[in-house]
Design a protein. Structure first.
Lengths: 294, 121
């Protein structure tokens, strides 16, 4: 029997939970059809997480292409179908994604090794300057910090996931939130071992009464704990968090059954969600809003 | 005093890849540091080694830790003295973050110059 999971019309980090909830009740080898026919929009998180989802299935899942031509075309321009074709049985016509989309700063890109991080950084550096300075009104130094944040987040996959992952960076204008401001969104998703299991692999890690996905996220993101003994390790995500604060941005990381968010004043997310549907690996999102002079 | 000058951008191209201009990822940082250490051994009569970052684009925390923090820590009780020059604002920011974790910080080497040394708190 094929289990059909419907993709919500607007697919982002919050609505992706609507996919994970029914998915978490299935066995890894159950047949799954991801029905995206009625999808109208997807964030970088939505697209990269869909690819990670396929990697968690023992039997190759199916995916039905969005019916709206504009949506399917955008997913193609964002590079989604290039990799989805290897991971899913695709149902429906896939548009060609030759035309560049000005909002796509980095199309969906696989991250498997350190060399991929160099490629990602080189690709985005020049265009990031244009978007961060001209569109988000950030000062010129933000470009370097942005690429540092991107580099460190991608390295998280290479160093800890024990499994390849995906990165995508887009800019777009929010229609309803933040008074229609532009935002730049980085999504880095993998289906690897996740924060808890990565930290558990540390030799001599002290045991505590409370140890779960939520605590692992807190340790890694808030306290810079790493599975490596080297005291210089574990600074990446903690450093990223520092930058995000300077930009009034938002950081969120989901791993296993928990999700931790650094919530700016303009957002109403909760800092820590637990007992979410289980999903392997880690899924990180960084949102940088356009600066407005108060 | 004889100063030994090391251009990090050239080291990056020699040790890792001709096409790279950014110091990103920990393996890159390790490769660059190992190459620098070999150059230091070849110039063992120099009391001061100037590590020049002026042609380096971006440096992330991993490379700041592998190159700057580890070089300083490994030579903490001996020579040479490291002077870091050509640092941009974002380089300094990354280095400051990693040095702080090791109980160190960057201070200006000479007034009105863009060169720094790492000192223990």
């Amino acid at each position: 029997m094929t289990n059909v999971i419907t993709v919500p019309p607007s697919l982002d980090d919050a609505t992706f939970e609507q996919i994970l909830e029914p998915l978490s009740r299935l066995q890894p080898d159950d047949k799954v059809l991801i029905d995206a026919r009625h999808a109208r929009w997807a964030s970088p998180y939505g697209l990269t997480a869909l690819l990670a989802l396929a990697q968690t299935r023992l039997e190759r899942p199916s995916l039905t292409v969005p019916e709206a031509e504009e949506t399917a075309s955008y997913w193609a321009r964002a590079g989604f179908f290039r990799y989805a074709a290897d991971l899913y049985e695709i149902n429906g016509a896939v548009p060609r994604g030759r035309q560049n989309d000005p909002g796509v700063l980095l199309e969906v890109t696989p991250v498997n090794a350190s060399e991929d991080v160099h490629t990602v950084v080189d690709k985005v550096q020049q265009r990031a300057q244009l978007i961060l300075v001209n569109e988000l009104k950030l000062d010129a130094t933000a470009t370097m910090r942005f690429t540092m944040a991107l580099s460190e987040t991608c390295q998280n996959i290479v160093e800890h996931a024990q499994h390849g992952g995906w990165v995508a960076v887009n800019s777009y204008r929010w229609q309803k939130r933040l008074g229609g401001r532009r935002v730049l969104v980085i999504a880095v998703c993998d289906a690897g071992v996740g924060f808890r299991r990565s930290l558990e692999s540390a030799v001599g890690r002290p045991r505590s009464d409370r140890w779960d996905d939520g605590m692992a996220l807190e340790e890694a993101v808030m306290r810079g704990v790493s599975r490596f003994r080297d005291t210089g390790r574990g600074q990446g995500l903690a450093g990223v968090r520092r930058f995000i604060g300077k930009w009034d941005g938002k950081f969120s990381a989901r791993s296993g059954t928990a999700r931790l968010a650094i919530v700016p004043t303009w957002d109403e997310d909760v800092p820590l969600q637990e007992n979410l549907p289980a999903f392997p690996g880690s899924q990180v999102q960084i949102t940088i809003p356009e600066r407005v002079d108060r | 005093m004889i100063k030994h000058h090391i251009d990090v951008s050239s080291v990056l191209r020699s040790a890792v890849s001709e096409t790279y201009s950014n110091l990103v990822t920990r393996p890159t940082g390790v490769a660059v540091r190992v190459y620098i250490e070999a150059q230091i051994r070849d110039a063992s009569d120099c009391a001061v080694t100037v590590i020049d970052f002026s042609s380096v684009g971006m440096m992330d925390f991993s490379c700041a830790d592998e190159i700057v923090a580890k070089l300083v820590m490994q030579h903490e009780n001996g020579t040479p003295t490291f002077v870091f020059s050509g640092l941009s604002e974002s380089h300094i920011e990354a280095i400051d973050v990693v040095l702080e974790r090791h109980g160190m910080s960057l201070v200006s080497h000479e007034a009105d110059s863009n060169s720094y040394v790492a000192v223990t708190h």
